[in-house]
Design a protein around this ligand. Structure first.
Ligand SMILES: CCCCCCCCCCCCCC(=O)SCCNC(=O)CCNC(=O)[C@H](O)C(C)(C)COP(=O)(O)OP(=O)(O)OC[C@H]1O[C@@H](n2cnc3c(N)ncnc32)[C@H](O)[C@@H]1OP(=O)(O)O
Length: 123
């Protein structure tokens, strides 16, 4: 029962994804229970959004892969109650290794966080 995407996980984020050309997208509005710093979404949960949108890009191409490495830059706070768009793209693919990038975008179009990650295909 995935914490990020399962509709049956009672404490999950219940994210829903779609492909838009070569981009995987989701939206999320953080609530009080997702707070870290006062009034802002917890950074670990922002990382979850970024990790999941990249994993889902792969899943939607029929690729089962686990996150092997991820780097996140938090540029601006994500305020509680404000909807954000989250998107990912493929950067590079070599053998079992897939490199992707992702962003969390505020309603004014500015990126609040960016990540790059390496995924390895698993059986
Ligand atoms: C019904 C709906 C279902 C929905 C499902 C939605 C799915 C989405 C859910 C997703 C949830 C969200 C996502 C999550 O939360 S995924 C969960 C978080 N991630 C993990 O738990 C992963 C833990 N790690 C592992 O299990 C293993 O380390 C893996 C499987 C990743 C690799 O262990 P494995 O034993 O298989 O491979 P290897 O170690 O021999 O390495 C093989 C080669 O790769 C090279 N290498 C390794 N690492 C790196 C690196 N960082 N940069 C560059 N290269 C790297 C390495 O040098 C070697 O190269 P070479 O020596 O052969 O040349």
């Amino acid at each position: 029962m995935c914490f990020a995407c399962s509709p049956r996980n009672p404490i999950g984020l219940h994210l829903r994804f779609s492909m838009d050309g070569d981009t995987c997208r989701t939206t999320f509005t953080p609530r009080e229970e997702h707070q870290g710093w006062n009034g802002c979404m917890h950074g670990g949960l922002i990382s979850t959004l970024l990790d999941e949108v990249m994993a889902q890009w792969l899943w939607r191409q029929g690729i089962s892969a686990m996150t092997a490495e991820m780097t996140t830059r938090f540029s601006r706070p994500v305020p509680i109650g404000v909807p954000v768009n989250v998107e990912s793209r493929l950067v590079e693919h070599k053998g079992r290794l897939w490199a992707l990038s992702a962003r969390v975008i505020l309603p004014d179009g500015r990126a609040a966080a960016r990540a790059t990650a390496k995924f390895l295909t698993v059986d």
